[in-house]
Design a binder for this molecule. Structure first.
Ligand code: NDP
Length: 247
């Protein structure tokens, strides 16, 4: 049986990713920084017959929490097949390059960048003996420097000023490229995927897409075959044809 860990999975897109992976028979750890919220999420899925899920307390910004989660999962399984770095925060307001506070930048980078580095580094050794190790970074198309610096690019949904949030996703993207390159001669497939503008708490339910679609866009890259891409950036909403978008 394959195993997966999804961070920030007690709600939103992360919860849907867990559901879709569990429906495929994968044993999924619901990473949740709040145990109670995680347990509620697990109960919801178990009530739907998905018993192959388990909560793991995991605050991605707390090194001890990451270490403890790694220890517990390692005690139960020798191999982790899939890691979905989904936990993320928006960074609050304002998001202007001049007006946003240093504290906003620090807190956002702690979760969206350093949290991903911490979790990835902690779990990578547990993944290296998997037949098809897969890491998906849940990014944002708006973290694409190429698209965002193109004045002719039409932001379809809203004119988003995102100095804090978007720069954190750009940093995450560069980490993804480096990680994929470092592991290019291994079985790992590591990609950054944007779920699209989705109705969740994160967007104050203003997103136009469903968590179901967002979840399936991420799950697709968690399950790609050995002939699949690595070190790439995908957003089906931006490029419905191949899904690939520029960094
Ligand atoms: P939600 O706000 O609905 O969910 C975010 C999840 O991350 C929650 O479970 C939250 O936990 C968790 N989280 C936040 N900080 C931490 C932490 N330090 N440790 C562990 N978990 C944490 O957001 P979405 O589901 O919409 O977003 C999921 C991902 O998708 C994010 O990375 C976001 O940037 C990305 N994304 C979302 C888009 C959208 O339109 N919704 C568009 C593009 C990208 P808690 O409940 O405890 O707060």
């Amino acid at each position: 049986m394959k195993t997966a860990l999804v961070t920030g999975a007690n709600k939103g897109i992360g919860f849907e990713i867990v559901k879709q992976l569990a429906e495929k028979g994968i044993y999924v750890f619901i990473g949740s920084r709040n145990l109670e919220k995680g347990q509620q999420a697990a109960e919801k899925l178990k009530a739907e017959g998905l018993t192959n899920v388990e909560v793991i307390e995991l605050n991605v910004t707390d090194d001890n929490s990451v270490k403890l989660a790694r220890k517990k999962i390692g005690e139960k399984f020798e191999i982790l097949d899939i890691l979905i770095n989904n936990a993320g925060i928006s960074g609050g307001q304002p998001q202007t390059a001049v007006g946003a506070t240093l504290n906003q930048f620090r807190q956002t980078y702690e979760t969206n960048v350093f949290g991903v580095v911490s979790v990835t580094q902690a779990f990578i050794d547990l993944m290296k003996h998997a037949d098809e190790p897969r890491i998906v970074m849940v990014s944002s198309s708006q973290g694409s420097i190429t698209l965002h610096s193109d004045p002719s690019y039409d932001y379809k949904y809203y004119d988003y000023k995102g100095a804090v949030y978007l720069s954190s996703k750009s940093a995450l993207n560069m980490y993804t490229v480096n990680l994929a390159y470092e592991l290019k001669d291994s079985l790992f497939k590591i990609n950054a995927v944007s779920p699209g503008f989705t109705k969740t708490d994160f967007t104050n339910n203003m997103g136009t897409g469903t968590v179901k679609d967002a979840g399936s866009r991420i799950v697709k890259y968690a399950l790609i075959g050995q002939d699949g891409p690595t070190g790439k950036f995908f957003c089906e909403e931006t490029n419905p044809e191949t899904g690939e978008i520029p960094w």
